[in-house]
Design a protein around this ligand. Structure first.
Ligand SMILES: [Zn+2]
Length: 237
């Protein structure tokens, strides 16, 4: 069965958020103003998401895409991974971060197995993504807003989940990286492939044997003269 990945585009449609799907203590009115860093949403919606989506599809992964607000149909099932795409801003530090949901919430964000897998994904990502992008992994820069992200409320408890901050837009390195979104998508893609134990190179179509090609021509509805012409093109000289 195909592996499934849910791509959550950070901040997309956030002004339309309501209390639906959220823990009761969340302040959805404040959340609705969280439009993100400069161009963060458009970068993730128009560059990162399509590029990551196409890479995943080419590797045989089934992809689901969602904006930043609640959709009961999307969140009524589990996935093999949910990845929430963001970048941050502020000061000029070269950084990237990845965060699994916080342990110990009541009720917990995730079941134990999905929690452990989320943390495993963080370990894989921090090994792969910085090398692909030149960003520096900074676990000390992980915030409560990442580990207790409101969107974790939406995701079913059996889904390994990670929130990634791809870059700091106000750093010179991050400001440069947004112009090469393929690198960002590649970093995530390779981490996802390792996590899901999937070959990142798409499988080439199985080669057709000469015998099968000959048989296909002989038993086709072509005229005999056409069959002979076609056979002459495929048979070794
Ligand atoms: Zn963000």
């Amino acid at each position: 069965m195909a592996k499934t990945v849910l791509i959550v585009v950070g901040h997309w449609n956030i002004p339309q958020i309501t209390s639906e799907g959220l823990r009761s203590w969340r302040d959805w009115k404040t959340l609705s103003r969280g439009t993100g860093a400069t161009n963060e949403m458009t970068f993730h919606r128009d560059q990162w998401m399509p590029k990551l989506r196409d890479r995943l599809i080419s590797a045989g992964i089934q992809v689901y895409i969602v904006d930043a607000i609640y959709h009961p149909d999307t969140y009524s099932r589990d996935y093999d991974l949910a990845i929430l795409g963001h970048y941050d801003g502020g000061n000029t530090q070269n950084r990237c971060m990845a965060a699994a949901p916080l342990r110990g919430m009541t009720p917990p964000f995730l079941f134990d197995q999905a929690q452990a897998l989320s943390e495993k994904f963080v370990d894989i990502w921090k090994k792969i993504y910085p090398g692909k992008t030149g960003m520096i992994y900074r676990p000390e820069a992980v915030t409560d807003g990442m580990t207790q992200n409101y969107a974790f409320d939406y995701i079913k408890e059996g889904t390994p989940t990670v929130l990634v901050e791809h870059l700091n837009i106000s750093s010179p390195e991050g400001n440069k990286l947004v112009n090469t979104p393929d690198k960002v998508a590649d970093g995530d893609f390779l981490a996802i492939c390792e996590f899901l134990n999937i070959n990142p190179n798409p499988v080439p179509p199985a080669s057709v044997s000469l015998e099968d090609k000959v048989r296909a021509i002989i038993y086709s509805s072509d005229s005999d003269s056409n069959k002979i012409k076609k056979l002459q093109t495929i048979l070794p000289k």
